[in-house]
Design a protein around this ligand. Structure first.
Ligand code: PHE
Length: 395
């Protein structure tokens, strides 16, 4: 008898737990900063960025741009009558952390979309979760072609490395007058390997030669063995598709070894820390990126002024693209009239001529955008604009 009653109580307990809407309450109960679920009075949007670690400048900058956009949107009344609640996960510049962070955003915070990452290897990680869960993701600044190939829920608002590689090959040949160059790339980075390959293909196509190919692993501190081998191959320039922390050291050590020739690379060079690490050694170096703060466009001027007022620093490419990624998402939400996953995805895919601080964004059938590139150099400890290359100038 007692046993039977216990069983009955137990069954009642299970029944009660099935009936009570505990499942729906989970996001609020999780004790996170979000306190939001679908149906609440804010729209939860996720962001993942390298706020700490060796590429902290990327995440910090991108986050500031995104944060400013969300502030602007919310000041103007929000989107679909609700304020946007930006929930940010730090990827620590480490492999594996993007998977963990994006999983949290999707299952704990129930975000309706995800913004991030800057580095392509990390966007590839986070992207596969978003694709699986059918949560639209917009990378502000990952340029490796594979990022958006992960699937139909993954977008970007920047140019791709096929374009950037061509821009840098043409600049090397026509502006730097180089004919026989070395490539020094990061073996562990999708971005570095891709950009190196696209550069090489175009440089050779235009009649240039590759004198030597050397590799390092991101985070290395001593590049002298590779640089000595490169010096021995006698090139007239060195192409380094890497990230600023490594590049700063590479350039310094090259100059110490008496290598005075031009050294150039892509958007991964962009960070004020490049100048801190590289200093005087950065003479005769060049890189391409997505944005330059000195523009006559009133939209850009206004963004730069407000960014400076809020953060006391000049916005760089990651900040500008971070800003535009959030604005493109908000625009799509408004057009979709909902944050429902499939409809939101379709609206992002239909983005056409959206005017932002990095120019016009049109999402093509492969979920990519075409944007101009700028080429900068370092002069007297400051970045200086050399050239601007529109997408149609490169084939
Ligand atoms: N494009 C780089 C990547 O895909 C990231 C980056 C973007 C770095 C913009 C600096 C500026 O990994």
């Amino acid at each position: 008898m007692i046993r039977r009653m216990n069983l009955r109580l137990c069954a009642l307990g299970i029944l009660a737990s099935l009936l009570l809407p505990t499942g729906c309450k989970k996001p609020e109960e999780s004790g996170t900063a979000s306190g939001t679920g679908v149906g609440s009075d804010t729209i939860p949007v996720g962001e993942y960025a390298s706020l700490t670690g060796k590429e902290a400048a990327f995440g910090q900058s991108s986050h500031k741009g995104t944060e400013l956009a969300v502030e602007d949107l919310n000041k103007a009344g929000g989107v679909l009558g609700k304020k946007i609640n930006l929930i940010t996960e730090d990827t620590q510049s480490k492999q594996g952390e993007s998977t963990t962070g994006v999983r949290k955003l999707v299952s704990r915070d129930r975000v309706v979309a995800v913004l991030g990452e800057v580095a392509s290897s990390r966007s590839l990680e986070g992207g596969s979760i978003c694709q699986k869960e059918k949560i639209p993701m917009i990378s502000p600044s990952s340029t490796n072609p594979r990022v958006t190939q992960v699937g139909d829920y993954i977008f970007r608002v920047c140019f791709e490395d096929v374009f950037q590689g061509k821009v840098l090959a043409t600049f090397g040949k026509d502006s730097l007058k180089l004919k026989n160059v070395a490539i020094l790339s990061d073996a562990a980075s999708a971005y570095s390997q891709g950009l190196g390959d696209y550069f090489e293909a175009q440089f050779k196509k235009d009649g240039g030669q590759i004198a030597a190919q050397q590799k390092y692993n991101g985070g290395d501190k001593d590049f002298r063995a590779q640089l000595t081998a490169i010096k021995g191959a006698n090139p007239d320039g060195i192409f380094v598709p890497g990230y600023y922390t490594d590049v700063g050291l590479i350039v310094s050590q090259a100059r110490q070894l008496g290598i005075t020739m031009p050294i150039w690379g892509g958007d991964g060079w962009e960070a004020p820390q490049l100048i801190e690490i590289g200093g005087e050694a950065l003479k005769n170096t060049y890189y391409s990126t997505h944005f330059y703060y000195q523009s006559t466009d009133p939209k850009v001027k206004d963004f730069v002024d407000r960014f400076k007022a809020k953060y006391n620093e000049i916005p760089d490419a990651m900040a500008a693209l971070g800003y535009d990624s959030a604005m493109v998402l908000a625009d799509a939400m408004k057009r979709a009239g909902t944050t429902e996953s499939q409809k939101l995805r379709d609206a992002i895919a239909a983005t056409k001529d959206f005017s932002g601080v990095t120019g016009k964004t049109t999402i093509d059938q492969n979920r990519n955008a075409s944007k101009p590139a700028v080429i900068l150099t370092v002069e007297n400890g400051k970045f200086k604009l050399l050239e601007s290359v529109p997408p149609e100038a490169v084939h």
